[in-house]
Design a protein around this ligand. Sequence first.
Ligand code: FAD
Length: 391
Amino acid sequence: MTDTDNISEIRRSVQALCAEFPGAYWREKDSARAYPAEFVDALTKAGFLAALIPESYGGSGLKLDDAAVIMEEIQAAGCNGASAHAQMYIMNTLLIYGSEEQKQAYLPRIATGELRLQAFGVSEPTSGTDTLSLRTVAVRDGDEYVINGQKIWTSRAEYSDLMMLLARTTPREDVASKTEGLSIFLVDMRKVVGPKSEAGGGMTIKPIRTMMNHSTTEVFFDDMRIPASALIGEEGKGFRYILSGMNAERILIAAECIGDAKWFIKKATDYASERNVFGRAIGQNQGVQFPIARCYAQMCAAELMVHHAAQVFDAGGNPGAEANMAKLLASEASWAAADMCVQTHGGFGFAEEYDVERKFREARLYTVAPISTNLILSYLAEHVLGLPRSY
Ligand SMILES: Cc1cc2nc3c(=O)[nH]c(=O)nc-3n(C[C@H](O)[C@H](O)[C@H](O)COP(=O)(O)OP(=O)(O)OC[C@H]3O[C@@H](n4cnc5c(N)ncnc54)[C@H](O)[C@@H]3O)c2cc1C
């Protein structure tokens, strides 16, 4: 793909920042399962996490296609954007559906880094992918909402000041369509974290240790009271509001997968050129070359779909199909490249100091989250191709 001058400049700036955070930094964080706070601070100070905030609210007002390049370069440099990526895509719901008062209250402070918007509370343990069956409830009580329930996989909750939370405000049996009756809240976590007490509280966060360093958690709500002003848009319309944010999320994560695939392909190419066995570089064998070349072709095709989806989004269209296809193709391209990279490295693919095994573990997530491959295929089959519905 040919970059515009603006995109080339974004790439160079992100590359320069990421060069300060080499493999050793990520290995240390990975083995301690520690949050890469220094990296996230550096991204924030450089303004990258405020890329999608309009200039009038203190951000840089970039397009989603530009933001996608930021995330791609982070991954292509061997860094892990999962520590901060949610700030970009959660923002979208606030930007489109938040009131002017909410935008004024939060966006400028998110842009400066004073407030972190990193937590997205959608998934629940019992409902799984069936989001419309979620059980967390928010009940209006005067000028407050009282929230009870549980979320799972709420990543970065321990390192965020704000959480975008999806909860049911009208019981499912009382709404005409199952997509109604859910509402979105922007919760100021600083006021509610801790056990329920006279003074407030009611939000408990429990970390979940995973195969990669992802700072994910379970969050419990016990009569948690939040002001009614935390509601975004109209009560009951929250599911529709988050769909647009989910398209942005899928496109940005697809861009991360492209960055990962580029990292694996470069790493494998370099190693195959340097490693000598049987008196010649292993990359001279077509059995080693061809898998690398195949991954390159797969990555390039997926990359085109990622930018196409971002451009449909930026033009104000509904990129439901394109965002899903971008995520499907890019996550498969990065996972194929991850597997190829391990194979190319032979035994050294398993040694921590090469970073291949760490990136392999990190890349595995994206055919499962934020939406799994099956659910994307089901969307394409039923909503795009018109096949009979399976659920
Ligand atoms: C590390 C990590 C971080 C995450 N971060 C967040 C976060 O910050 N916020 C958040 O809200 N969520 C987050 N998630 C949740 C993530 O979005 C879900 O795990 C993902 O959408 C899959 O849902 P599930 O785990 O409930 O799987 P399930 O819904 O239980 O599905 C399990 C398997 O069955 C398949 N399946 C289910 N139903 C069907 C069907 N009808 N047809 C075909 N196949 C089907 C799925 O494809 C999947 O492979 C995170 C998850 C992980 C692991």
